[in-house]
Design a protein around this ligand. Structure first.
Ligand SMILES: CC/C=C\C/C=C\CCC/C=C/CC(=O)SCCNC(=O)CCNC(=O)[C@H](O)C(C)(C)COP(=O)(O)OP(=O)(O)OC[C@H]1O[C@@H](n2cnc3c(N)ncnc32)[C@H](O)[C@@H]1OP(=O)(O)O
Length: 189
C-alpha cells in the first residue's frame, strides 16, 4: 500500500506522463558474466539516469539515449547494470522506467546492431536483449513502464516485461510489435 501511495506521489507517474504528453528476497550479490566485460565507456554521456528516492523506496529510471533510446548493446548493458544495482538495494521496492527523450519511449532494438557486425558482437547483442527482458520480468521490484512516447517493437517488449504499463494519451504515440512489417523473424529462443 505504501508503495502504491508513493507511486502516486510526487515521484509518481502522473507527473512524468503529463509532462510528456503536454509537449507534443533474493539479492544477487554477483554481477552477471554478460555484464562484466561491458563496462561503460566514460567518454560518452550515460544513457541511463536513475533517481532513487529513499523515503518512498521508488526509483525512476530515465532513458536518455538520443535520439530515440534505441536498444544498442551499450544501452542494454547500462540498463541491466542499473536494474541489477537497484535489485541489490533492499530498500528499493519500485522502479518506474520512462524516457527523457521527447515523443519516444524507445524505438526498439537498435537496427544498426543487426548488420555489419562480427559474430561475437551479434552474440553479445542478442544476449543483452535477452538479459534485459529476463531481468525486468524476473525483478523483485514492482516495475512500471511510464510510456511517454512511441514504443514500437523492442520498446514494446521492454514495456511488456514490466508489471504495469501506463501510456501517455497522445494519438501520435504508437506501441506494438512490427517485426512482420519490417520483414524480420524472431529467432528460436
Ligand atoms: C528480430 C526479433 C527479435 C526478437 C524476438 C523477441 C521478441 C520480439 C519483440 C521484440 C522485437 C524487437 C525487434 C526490434 O525492435 S527491431 C527495431 C524496430 N523498430 C522500429 O521499427 C522503430 C523504427 N523507428 C520509428 O518508428 C521512429 O523512428 C520513431 C517512431 C521511434 C520515432 O520517430 P521520429 O520521427 O521521432 O524520429 P525519426 O526521424 O524516425 O528517427 C530519428 C533517428 O533515429 C533513428 N532510429 C529510429 N529508430 C531506430 C532504431 N530502432 N535503431 C536505430 N536507429 C533508429 C532514425 O534512423 C533517425 O536517425 P537519423 O536519420 O537522424 O540519423
Amino acid at each position: 500500500m505504501a508503495l502504491r501511495a508513493a507511486l502516486r506521489s510526487r515521484s509518481g507517474l502522473s507527473g512524468l506522463l503529463s509532462q510528456r504528453s503536454s509537449c507534443s528476497s533474493d539479492i544477487r550479490m554477483c554481477v552477471s558474466p554478460l555484464l562484466v566485460p561491458q563496462e561503460r565507456n566514460y567518454s560518452t554521456p550515460p544513457k541511463i539516469r536513475v533517481e532513487f528516492d529513499q523515503s518512498t523506496g521508488v526509483a525512476v529510471m530515465h532513458m536518455q539515449s538520443p535520439p530515440v533510446n534505441s536498444l544498442s548493446l551499450d544501452f542494454l548493458t547500462e540498463l541491466c547494470i542499473s536494474v541489477e544495482k537497484l535489485e541489490m538495494d533492499k530498500s528499493c521496492r519500485g522502479l518506474i522506467i520512462t524516457s527523457a527523450q521527447p515523443k519516444v519511449f524507445s524505438a526498439g532494438l537498435d537496427i544498426t546492431e543487426m548488420y555489419g557486425k562480427s559474430p561475437e558482437h551479434c552474440g553479445a547483442f542478442w544476449r543483452s536483449v535477452q538479459e534485459m527482458w529476463l531481468k525486468l520480468y524476473g525483478s523483485n521490484m514492482v516495475t512500471i513502464a511510464a510510456i511517454n512516447g512511441s514504443s514500437p517493437a523492442g520498446g514494446c517488449l521492454m514495456a511488456m516485461t514490466c508489471d504495469y504499463r501506463i501510456m501517455a494519451d497522445n494519438p501520435r504515440y504508437n506501441i506494438g510489435l512490427n517485426e512482420t512489417q519490417l520483414g524480420i523473424v524472431a529467432p528460436f529462443w
